[in-house]
Design a protein around this ligand. Structure first.
Ligand code: J2J
Length: 554
């Protein structure tokens, strides 16, 4: 595989020096930082997963080292990539830390991803391995992981190992439970650490293009991201953090998430899903103090607590909500109903994180999406011609900073559009800044649908639908939804004499083997799409149209 650095965009040397001299970048690999934490208090509990397993810091660090050695033993070398698609389990954490220790670079896939996404991720990153659960509900993840081998090998010319977490390990799979098990000796524990400037992992972009872009995050920038987030969320060695969102997302991974909590010496609790009955019981049993959810989950938790009381949530101090816009009305209910302080998080896998502060007045916490994490984050709000707008006026948000990389991985052409010449990232979010410096997300200027925090590229869906011969024109747009915020609605112009149905379209998505959360949930058949003056499909008009139709149906 190609060395990662051939396709990444580094920060300018002057910034590297500045971030290092200012003490933001620690100059150490994440595994090294974690070992320091473990050595300070090896007997403190680091990780539990609700199945009875408890690992101390000493045990976790040893398992990470042992698993790093075993990865090397499988022939997976420093700098090579591995697609990670594990559920929220202890194996997720141990394998992640092992990769960080060995300098093997995980590509953070989502549990919902299927053949289309996994093949793309593996091929684009030139991965040599994949880590999956044996199965999830009705899906055989292990089978698919093996089925990918031919396509991936043909594209990369490299090997393909399948690492499996679960009881049902097929011949040819590597058993992750033993790979992540305790060490038998300490041979190889002294292997050299990766450089702090190496790529630590790949996150996936929210995606406005056909397939998600990969975001290369370095040890230096990601450790800073995690540690600074822990500080702003009030996470200490006393904190207990519940992971119930898919752990491969940036939010539960490092904002502060798993890495921020571990680097602060706190305890991480892994739970497979945010379903309220089990989540509340786990919060009570483990004494959870901090957690992160998307607005849709916050809504379900509020309902549950309103009906059954919030007695189980007594230990919960901070509930972070982010990933999509939290309605102000819902925000105002959080503290009274759940009893925990709300922290709004407006973040992105590309870097920039905004948080409301724990001591902000209620109005700021409930009506804004907070302000940048770092004093070194730079923010601009501009018009279509990149001219700066005054506070209070909504415009396009641009950013640069110590944990916002200067380009996507292996995407030179796309980078020319997503970044300005002087390195500002075009977030595609439309925001305004209050006089106090807090950001309010007012909309977006990117062709994406935010379904309960899961980002769906309209272009990707449209490309799939265009493969149906009965379709002449298609536009995917967001339709408002009381539960998820948005869902995917399709406007389709059929070819003359043809009919198109939603079932047929969903069948097409099914045979394309893409993640189910992307499947369109509503179809509007029209004779003509709406067009703007410059000849582009007028998605704003289509969004307004479906919103009107839904209102009329009420
Ligand atoms: C409105 N829109 C928001 C918010 C994200 C923490 C939290 C979230 C993400 C995330 C993340 C929003 N209000 N509070 O990585 O570390 C929308 C914006 C943004 C896009 C990024 C984290 N919080 N958004 O959601 O990379 O449109 O990251 O640009 O998945 O989600 O999506 P993603």
């Amino acid at each position: 595989p190609t060395p990662i650095t051939e396709h990444t965009v580094p920060w300018p040397e002057a910034d590297v020096t500045r971030f290092t001299e200012e003490g933001l970048w620690a100059g150490a690999a994440i595994g090294t930082l974690l070992r320091e934490v473990a050595d300070r208090d090896p007997d403190a509990t680091a990780l539990t997963d609700g199945t009875g397993l408890r690992l101390t810091y000493g045990e976790l660090a040893d398992r990470a080292d042992a698993a790093a050695v075993r990865l090397r033993g499988l022939g997976i070398a420093r700098g090579e990539r591995i697609v990670m698609q594990l559920g929220n389990s202890w194996e997720f954490v141990v394998l992640l830390l092992a990769c960080l220790r060995a300098g093997v670079v995980p590509v953070m896939a989502l549990p919902a991803h299927r053949r289309a996404e996994l093949t793309y991720l593996a091929v684009h990153s030139e991965a040599v391995a994949i880590a999956v659960p044996d199965r999830t509900k009705d899906f055989d993840n292990q089978r698919l992981a093996h089925d990918l081998a031919a396509d991936v090998r043909a594209a990369t010319g490299a090997g393909w190992r399948v690492l499996v977490a679960g009881d049902d390990i097929e011949p040819g799979s590597v058993d992750l439970r033993s790979l992540c098990g305790p060490p038998t000796d300490r041979a190889g524990f002294d292997m050299p650490s990766p450089s702090s400037r190496d790529v630590a992992l790949f996150l996936l972009s929210g995606g406005t293009t056909g397939m998600p872009k990969l975001i290369a995050r370095t040890h230096d920038d990601y450790a800073y991201n995690a540690r600074a987030s822990a500080e702003v969320a009030g996470v200490t060695s006393e904190s207990v953090y519940l992971v119930s969102l898919p752990a491969g997302h940036n939010f539960p991974l490092a904002c502060p998430g798993i890495l921020g909590v571990l680097l602060a010496g706190g305890r991480v609790v892994m739970l497979p899903s945010p379903e309220p009955v089990r989540a509340f019981a786990t919060i009570a049993a483990e004494g959870v103090t901090h957690t992160a959810v998307v607005p849709a989950v916050a809504g379900r938790w509020l309902e549950r607590a309103a009906e059954h009381g919030a007695g189980q949530l007594a230990s919960l101090r901070v509930i972070q909500v982010g990933g999509a816009r939290l309605a102000d009305e819902l925000a105002y209910k959080v503290k009274p109903v759940l009893g925990a302080t709300l922290q709004q998080v407006f973040g992105m896998a590309e870097g920039l994180l905004n948080f409301t502060r724990l001591d902000d007045p209620a109005e700021t916490v409930c009506t804004t999406q907070g302000r940048p994490l770092s004093p070194f984050d730079e923010i601009r709000i501009v018009d279509e011609q990149d001219r700066d707008l005054p506070d209070g006026q909504a415009g396009l948000l641009l950013t640069r900073g110590p944990y916002t990389p200067r380009g996507y991985y292996r995407a030179a052409e796309h980078n020319a559009r997503s970044f300005t010449d002087d390195g500002w990232f075009r977030t595609g979010d439309i925001c305004l800044r209050t006089p106090e410096g807090d950001l309010v997300v007012a909309g977006r200027d990117k062709d994406m649908i935010n379904r309960g925090g899961e980002k769906i590229s309209a272009e990707e869906i449209e490309n799939l639908v265009y493969q149906l011969p009965s379709v002449s024109q298609v536009a995917a747009v967001a339709m408002p939804d009381p539960l998820l915020g948005e869902r995917v609605c399709l406007y389709v112009v059929p070819r003359a004499g043809e009919t198109v149905t939603l079932e047929e379209i969903r069948g097409q998505m099914e045979s394309a083997e893409v993640a189910r959360f992307k499947f369109p949930e509503r179809l509007v058949v029209v004779e003509e799409l709406a067009w703007t003056k410059v000849g582009k499909i007028d998605k704003k008009a289509l969004r307004a149209d479906i919103a009107d139709r839904l209102k009329a149906e009420l």
